[in-house]
Design a protein around this ligand. Structure first.
Ligand code: ADP
Ligand code: MG
Length: 432
């Protein structure tokens, strides 16, 4: 019994090399880059666990080889998984040639199942991942147990159960530690991005501010000129237009400054429905330039808490992107509905779509695939959604189109939403 426990502890310690190595190696970069050194550690662990197996009933040997195989498949790539299994079969063939065929058949089945599960695994939550691990390990335990019973080694079966329990606990701990590690990496990445973003917004704010000073001078001189007596009607008109345009520029800069400064915008109750209608109307001519029809289905009486200019900016950015994604024209649908506690806005285009690689880059400052793009639109938009305490989902299929779904929390005391009705702005279409 003591020997058995000592063996288990030894194996547990060997296995702990896996999360430890993951931590050390992944600190240097993202998941992909950890592939080869991490794989070497897995193979070393595999070698150790097979070389010093746990002995049960004098004739049966067990080890934790399942664990490095599992990690290689699900935390590096199926290819690494197959490689680990080849090493495993070779080692098995070396240490116990008699069992080699059973191992080969067993692990062929396991690798096929792992391969099928590997895509699905990436999308699982932590609990689901643990369930996957248990689900794979359970049949192994049951088959072993049946073999034990067949060979009439009943008394030792309890060791087998102990062994299986400890291997599943060990695997769960490893999954937990690796997941924690990946999570930490993600948070760090976000922090680094936030840093970059902060620097840019400060820079932009200071540039915008600097533009204001010369503008004030120009405005002052124009004002003086306006009072000049011997001006023609035309000249008076030009000066008036110039002053108006300067005021408009000033307004834009104010908006921009309020956008770039994270804490300044004042929040209030904003009619999301009205803002959406306004923005859609405002963007309609822009769409028509490339034959994009903007169709709206907007639920009336949606109110949210936020800064009106920011909310406008958010939808201008998204609609502009959707129009730009359809250079040969198409339909752009903007819809907004009331959900339980949120307003759900969909912006759906039939444009070029976004590939998986690009999807990961979205929202990073200066990331643009357009020749004249700034790559700031989405970054600002995501930041606004964040500040509105909302969230978003991007669904996209290449060459088919993209749908941005944004969920924004409704204004709390929403007595206004008593008789909601549909308002359809697009001509020739009526929904009730
Ligand atoms: P910009 O529009 O200046 O390129 P954005 O931050 O607004 O910058 O967008 C970044 C990138 O995201 C775009 O260059 C484009 O590749 C992609 N993108 C955003 N929205 C869409 C969309 N609706 N359809 C296809 N690609 C999109
Ligand atoms: Mg854009």
């Amino acid at each position: 019994m003591y020997d058995f426990i000592a063996d288990l502890i030894l194996h547990f310690l060997i296995m702990m090399m896996i999360p430890f190595a993951h931590k050390l190696i992944s600190r240097r970069g993202v998941r992909m880059r950890i592939a080869s050194p991490f794989l070497s550690v897995l193979i070393l662990v595999l070698f150790l666990t097979i070389t010093f197996p746990v002995e049960i009933a004098g004739s049966q040997f067990f080890d934790f080889k399942f664990i490095p195989v599992f990690v290689a498949f699900f935390y590096i790539s199926p290819l690494s998984g197959f490689l680990t299994i080849s090493v495993l079969v070779t080692l098995k063939g070396f240490f116990s040639p008699g069992d080699m065929w059973i191992t080969l058949i067993n692990y062929s089945i396991i690798s096929a199942l792992f391969f099928l599960a590997s895509k699905f695994y990436q999308k699982c939550t932590f609990r689901q991942k643990l369930s996957v691990a248990v689900l794979f390990y359970l049949p192994i335990t049951i088959t072993r147990y049946v073999i034990f019973l067949q060979e009439d080694i009943n008394e030792e079966a309890v060791y087998l159960l102990l062994f299986s329990a400890s291997s599943i606990v060990t695997l769960s701990m490893i999954i937990y530690l690796i997941e924690m590690n990946l999570h930490q990496e993600k948070v760090m990445q976000k922090l680094r991005n936030a840093d970059k973003y902060n620097a840019i917004s400060q820079l932009a704010a200071s540039v915008a501010h600097e533009i204001r000073n010369p503008m004030t001078t120009v405005r002052g001189f124009l004002q003086l000129l306006k009072n000049e007596k011997n001006l023609t009607e035309d000249q008076k008109k030009f000066i008036k237009i110039s002053l108006e345009e300067l005021d408009r520029t000033n307004l834009i800069i104010s908006d921009f400054l309020s956008l770039a400064r994270p804490d300044s915008p004042v929040s209030s109750k904003v009619s999301l429905s009205e803002v959406l209608v306004e923005v859609a109307e405002f963007m309609r001519p822009f769409g028509l330039m490339t034959k994009v029809e903007i169709r709206t289905t907007i639920y009336e009486g949606l109110f949210i808490n936020g800064n009106q200019n920011e909310i406008k900016q958010l939808f201008i950015n998204l609609i502009k992107n959707s129009v730009e994604a359809m250079p040969n024209g198409g339909l752009l649908e903007v819809s907004a509905f009331k959900n339980d506690t949120s307003a759900d806005i969909h912006i759906k285009d039939e444009g070029v779509g976004i590939s998986k690689d690009i999807l990961q880059m979205l929202g990073q400052p200066y990331y643009s695939t357009k020749t004249k793009g700034t790559g700031l639109g989405l970054m600002i938009s995501f930041d606004i959604i964040n500040r509105l305490k909302g969230n978003y989902i991007i669904e996209s299929a290449e060459n088919k189109g993209t749908t941005f779904t944004i969920k924004l929390p409704l204004y709390i005391s929403s007595e206004e939403i008593q008789h909601p009705s549909f308002q359809n702005l697009s001509k020739g279409q009526h929904n009730n």
